[in-house]
Design a protein around this ligand. Structure first.
Ligand code: AHG
Ligand code: MN
Ligand code: MN
Length: 338
């Protein structure tokens, strides 16, 4: 049937129907900033390449010998899964060759690695990451993720770690990749939150959600209630209140999966101080900070006890923190019990 000539101009501007890859999205963002050197899009493309490699390995994990634990432990004394190491090496290899990356720091390496002391370009970056979050979920085919945080490198510092130790509010970008029933890339460059899904048949992350906003309320809490007896009293009072008010409980055991659900559906995720982890379990620099930036950019809140996570001045690369992250009203409900 002849429908007449296509109106290409109209087709190109059909809002919502355009196919936008994460790469073209970043290029378009960079064009809004005259003088941008383009190094940021190089870093983003290293992260998307890593995400595709890690996703492919995870999808085939039951077929090839990449599941299970190693004999080694990471710097935090935690058992490393084989895929923790593979994901870490993938990120280091992808980021290691990019112009503009001065320093990288990972959950799996005690010290940050200097990639280029005087990285090319006038605005080099520091990239911090948790290569595989929730890795104990791998053996049972549960959701796992990668989390990253990007800071500007401070050339005046003499030690690489000092360039990493900036408060979360200094992040210029942050994101996570959830390897769930699909592979989802959630990104903020400090100007709202966008969501991309990997179409494995074409190997590209496609934009599926722009300017995500977390629901203001959501009657779901997400916490490891097995630790409840050793939570500070305020968190226990909050749980009594939530249960008396018909809240549901959801806990995947991987922060990326739990925060992703919280971001889309509303609710609150928290990991309080416990007897086992008196400062909290999660790591400030590459778990709490990037998630806090994303959730705040989506209109939610992120606290460590009564302090805003993004204001915390870090002292060490692997320091831990408690977290209360989620819908604005739900975070307030937790905080008023503390
Ligand atoms: P990782 O696998 O990177 O060490 O992180 C695991 C973290 C986080 O993903 C999750 O929210 C939390 O540990 C779960 O801890 P519990 O098993 O103590 O609930
Ligand atoms: Mn983690
Ligand atoms: Mn990890």
């Amino acid at each position: 049937m002849n429908q007449g000539p296509l109106d290409l101009e109209q087709l190109a501007h059909t809002r919502g129907d355009n196919l936008t890859t994460i790469q073209s999205h970043i290029l378009a963002e960079e064009r809004k900033h005259p003088g941008a050197s383009g190094t940021f899009s190089w870093i983003l493309s290293a992260l998307t390449l890593s995400a595709k490699v890690i996703s492919a390995k995870i999808r085939r994990a039951r077929i090839y010998d990449v599941l299970g634990a190693l004999d080694s432990e990471n710097v935090q004394g935690e058992t490393q899964q084989k895929l923790d190491v593979i994901a870490n090496e993938t990120l280091l290899r992808c980021l290691g060759s990019r112009a503009g990356v001065a320093v990288v720091a990972s959950e799996e390496n005690e010290e940050p690695l200097i990639i280029q002391r005087n990285a090319e370009g006038d605005r080099p970056y520091v990239v911090l990451f948790d290569p595989l979050d929730g890795s104990s979920n791998l053996d049972v085919c549960g959701g796992v993720g990668t989390i990253f945080s990007i800071l500007r490198h401070d050339r005046r510092t003499t030690k690489a770690e000092d360039s990493c130790l900036q408060p979360g509010k200094s992040q210029i970008a942050a994101g996570y990749i959830l390897y769930g029933s699909s592979t989802v890339f959630v990104l903020t460059t400090g100007n709202g939150v966008n969501m991309f899904v990997l179409d494995p048949s074409i190997g590209a992350f496609l934009l599926v959600g722009e300017n995500l906003m977390i629901p203001r309320k959501g009657k779901t809490y997400s916490v490891n209630e097995g630790n409840r007896a050793t939570f500070p009293d305020g968190y226990q009072r909050y749980l009594d209140w939530a249960q008396a008010n018909d809240y549901s409980s959801r806990y995947a055991g991987a922060m990326v999966a739990d925060i992703h659900r919280t971001l889309l559906k509303g609710g609150v995720f928290f990991y309080p101080p416990t007897k086992k982890a008196p400062e909290g379990k999660l790591r400030l620099m590459y778990e709490a900070n990037p998630m806090a930036l994303i959730v705040e950019q989506a209109g939610g809140k992120a606290f460590a006890g009564k302090d805003r996570i993004l204001d915390i001045a870090p002292k060490t690369l692997h320091q831990r923190t408690s977290v209360v992250i989620g819908s604005a009203d739900e975070v307030d409900h937790v905080l008023r019990h503390l």
